[in-house]
Design a protein around this ligand. Structure first.
Ligand code: ZN
Length: 203
């Protein structure tokens, strides 16, 4: 499986990091080793001093394909959850300054945490999803898929022009505004609507 991630997919978040709103999706990947196993603690990595938790909607790919047409794209995913795209922002800023790849900042071990997937019906795929991240029971981020620059079906189509999609792949669809730092001892809890799907501690 592979983990495909989208950057700058919410205008307000692009602005808060001083980035332009892209005219095509910003795509990056994390390897399988980035997936945090369920019920496993997350350990603050020693190579960063500025760890950010980006809460995102995550799709589960259920069909192999490439060059997927946007009109059929919804057949290629069948589950949704919330996830956290852990980011070593200090390393990412250095990489951005130097024009270097982001992997050390974004794709390190356990940098992709996902909640329990919920199955999606065809009707639900057309609906908008709200989601939020609580840190120590305080709301840190809140998002709505209606505010995405590139919506689910468009993302699937555009990703598949570059990367074959395979059953079991997952897609992080970008984070809304409000991204902040997390520190050792924080308790993170992510919700889809009002349903808590992911809970983890920073050790
Ligand atoms: Zn992200």
């Amino acid at each position: 499986m592979k983990i495909i991630c989208i950057g700058r997919n919410y205008a307000e978040h692009a602005k808060e990091l001083g980035n332009e709103i892209p005219d095509e999706p910003v795509i990056f990947m994390k390897p399988k080793s980035a997936l945090l196993q369920p019920h496993t603690p997350f350990y603050y990595p020693e190579f960063t001093n500025e760890l950010n938790s980006e809460c995102e909607l995550v799709l589960r790919v259920c069909k192999n394909g490439k060059y997927i047409n946007e009109r059929n794209a919804s057949n290629y995913y069948n589950g949704i959850t919330v996830g956290i795209d852990f980011t070593a922002r200090d390393l990412q800023n250095i990489a951005k300054e130097k024009g270097l790849p982001w992997e050390k900042a974004k794709a390190f071990d356990n940098s992709a945490a996902i909640g329990k997937f919920l199955d999606l019906t065809p009707d639900q795929k057309k609906a908008n999803f709200t989601f939020k991240l609580l840190v120590n029971n305080q709301e840190m981020q809140r998002g709505n898929s209606a505010d995405m620059v590139f919506k689910f079906d468009n993302l699937v189509a555009q990703i598949s022009n570059y990367f074959s999609l395979n059953i079991g792949d997952i897609i992080f669809t970008g984070t809304p505004a409000g991204v902040g730092e997390c520190v050792v001892g924080d308790e993170l809890e992510a919700f889809l609507g009002n349903q808590s799907l992911l809970k983890l501690d920073i050790k």
